[in-house]
Design a protein around this ligand. Structure first.
Ligand SMILES: [Zn+2]
Ligand SMILES: [Zn+2]
Length: 222
């Protein structure tokens, strides 16, 4: 059975946000062959089809309260200038994804970016713009270049640390956020030495670091 198209999440099966099932969706009662496998910030259900997410029925039906729509992605760090309708579609009518930290979407050119999935070093190498974005982050955090390279090379799409890859729907630039688990945070404290714990600790609290795509970054053509 064909699955609905999502502007901001082109292939939920490939990213692991949809998994096969023979069971029927609890909302529409239809066995679609796939169920949503990402986070639900609302009422939890076992089998939710992608059609009910696409139509907005899931966001309506699984709401936790009148003023609190069900969401599949957190609406944090949305850059100014992104229309509310875009944020609504990204958070309420697009399958989210599982990540180590609280997953949030990346935006570019005033629109939501397309989520491509988790990426390791091998996948990132195919997208030097995304790789450079993570390098810049590590540099800003004070990581020495050799340690930053070692961290990048340890990135593994099915483990951690992992990068989360997006592509801008307008200029085509690849964007990446990355996740750092506790072991890496401790490693970075060691690398930076005494006196840097405050900086590292702030990011340790978030268990990860997200790139702000609007942080003065020039647009890189595809
Ligand atoms: Zn359904
Ligand atoms: Zn763009």
């Amino acid at each position: 059975m064909p699955q609905p198209r999502f502007r901001y999440h082109p292939d939920p099966v490939a990213t692991g946000s949809a998994v096969p099932t023979v069971e029927a969706c609890v909302l529409c009662g239809i066995a679609r062959g796939w169920r949503y496998a990402g986070p639900i910030y609302g009422r939890q259900v076992d089998v939710l089809c992608l059609y009910c997410i696409a139509s907005g029925e899931a966001a309506r039906a699984l709401t936790g309260g009148v003023d609190f729509p069900c969401m599949f992605t957190d609406a944090t760090d949305v850059p100014p200038g992104v229309p509310f309708a875009v944020v609504e579609e990204v958070t309420q009518r697009t399958p989210g994804f599982v990540s180590w930290q609280q997953p949030s979407w990346l935006y570019h050119c005033g629109d939501g970016a397309a989520f491509l999935g988790a990426a390791g070093y091998e996948e990132l190498r195919a997208h030097p713009d995304a790789l450079e974005m993570i390098r810049d982050d590590l540099h800003r955090l004070g990581w020495p270049a050799d340690q930053a390279e070692a961290m990048l090379r340890r990135m593994d799409r099915s483990g951690e640390p992992a990068a989360i890859l997006f592509r801008c729907l307008h200029c085509g630039v690849h964007l990446a956020s990355w996740e750092m688990v506790h072991a890496d945070v401790e490693a970075s404290v060691q690398v930076l030495g005494p006196g840097h714990e405050t900086t590292v600790g702030r990011h340790a609290g978030a268990v990860g670091y997200r790139t702000c795509p609007y942080a003065g970054r020039p647009r890189i053509p595809a």
